[in-house]
Structure formats: structure tokens, C-alpha cells
Design a protein around this ligand. Structure first.
Ligand code: 5RP
Length: 220
């Protein structure tokens, strides 16, 4: 199977975590897009979906799936989204598509977070994938200096990208992430940082991993 076929298979397997009659959260990226396409087949069984990006909202709408504003929602049964990396404890790096802040908000509201990924995303230790950090535009150089001085790694401004929230992204290369939760907190403490792509304080509850031998289920 190709990587796209693995993503599609794992996205299809996530349908069984969708509770009928509820509002679900939907993530961003190519794996989440496969999920949306599969979800279209059972769209009448859910009340609607909260989207983690404008792209996701548009794709949901194209399929006729109602998109609901998060402020109109008290609870979300399950959040289904991809990841750039997951370790074996289901700490994640996300934000390769630049949607990390809205993804983190929707994940925080959701009772269950089901991460869907192909087998290349499972790693022993996070950090080979550059860690995205969303920053308020005027703070970008300050945050960059603070990361170099107090965190380490090599922060690089992502060219030609403005997030859905009107902000910029710094990608931190060459990071050795020993304690994901501590690093998530320390980065979020830098003035000007909106949030970062470490999902450790709220990691995934379940990782569905698409492999050549089928979909493996890993629980945190
Ligand atoms: C977007 C994300 C995505 O979940 C992550 O980049 C994985 O994307 P893909 O499913 O295309 O591999 O965090 O901000």
C-alpha cells in the first residue's frame, strides 16, 4: 500500500469512534481529509462537526456536513486528527499544516482524542520533525532569540505562511525532546507565543496506526 492508501485506511477505521447523535471535532491535513471524505458516508448520523481550520470547514461543507462554531457547543464527543509525529506514550508533534492552535483548542474540548496516522509517524523520541510554534507577528524575532537562549534548537520562520489566526510560525529544528510536557509548558511561557505543536499536556487517547499489516490500535 502507498502512504496515501495507509492514510485512507486508518481514516476509515476512525469512523467506528464516531458516536451517532453527537458533535465531533475534525482535524486538518491529508489524513484528516481522508477522514472527512469517509465521514460523508455517515453524515446524517451526527449533529455536525467543529473544524480545526478554514480548509477543514470548507471540505466539510462541500460534503454537506454541518460545521458548528465552537462557541455554540458545550461538548465534543471525539476529536479525530492526524499528527506529524507520535511517541509510544501518544505525545504528539502537530502543526505541519499550520493549524496547531485551533487543533489544540478543539482537542482540549473533546472527551476523546483519536489520532490517525500512517506507520511512518510513530517514533521513539519526538523532535526529528521540526516543532511548530505559532507567534504573534510583532514578537517573531524576540521569540526566536528566547528559544535560542533558553530552549535550544534552531528556530526558522516558515516562509509565506500566515495562520488562520493571522499569526506566524517558527519551526524549531534540531531539538532533542526529552520531556515533552515540560517543553510544551516552557515554550508557551515565552511572551508572544500563542501555542506550540507539542500535544503532551493533552496528548492523544488512542492512536490508530496504518501499517502494511492493517490498522494497529495503541492506547495511552
Ligand atoms: C496540521 C497537522 C496535521 O495533523 C499534521 O501535519 C499531519 O498531516 P498529514 O495528515 O497531512 O500527514 O497537525 O496542522
Amino acid at each position: 500500500m502507498t502512504q496515501d492508501e495507509l492514510k485512507s485506511e486508518v481514516a476509515k477505521a476512525a469512523l467506528k469512534y464516531v458516536t451517532p447523535g453527537t458533535i465531533i471535532g475534525v482535524g486538518t491535513g491529508s489524513t484528516a481529509n481522508f477522514f472527512i471524505d469517509h465521514l460523508a458516508g455517515m453524515k446524517d448520523s451526527i449533529k455536525g462537526a467543529v473544524a480545526s481550520s478554514i480548509d477543514t470547514a470548507n471540505r466539510l461543507k462541500r460534503h454537506g456536513i454541518p460545521v458548528i462554531n465552537l462557541n455554540d457547543v458545550d461538548e465534543i464527543s471525539v476529536y479525530i486528527d492526524g499528527a506529524d509525529e507520535s511517541d509510544h506514550k501518544l505525545n504528539l508533534i502537530k502543526g505541519g499544516g499550520g493549524a496547531l492552535t485551533r487543533e489544540k483548542i478543539v482537542a482540549a474540548v473533546s472527551h476523546q482524542f483519536v489520532c490517525i496516522a500512517d506507520e511512518t509517524k510513530l517514533v521513539d523520541s519526538l523532535g526529528k520533525f521540526p516543532l511548530p510554534v505559532e507567534v504573534i507577528p510583532m514578537s517573531a524575532n524576540y521569540v526566536k532569540r528566547q528559544i535560542i537562549e533558553s530552549i535550544g534548537g534552531n528556530p526558522v520562520l516558515r516562509e509565506e505562511l500566515t495562520t488562520d489566526n493571522g499569526n506566524l510560525i517558527l519551526d524549531i529544528h534540531e531539538l532533542d525532546i526529552v520531556d515533552p510536557q515540560d517543553l510544551e509548558n516552557r515554550l508557551n511561557n515565552i511572551v508572544g507565543v500563542v501555542t506550540n505543536g507539542l500535544f503532551a499536556n493533552r496528548g492523544a487517547d488512542i492512536l490508530l496506526l496504518g501499517s502494511q499489516n492493517g490498522v494497529n490500535i495503541i492506547k495511552s
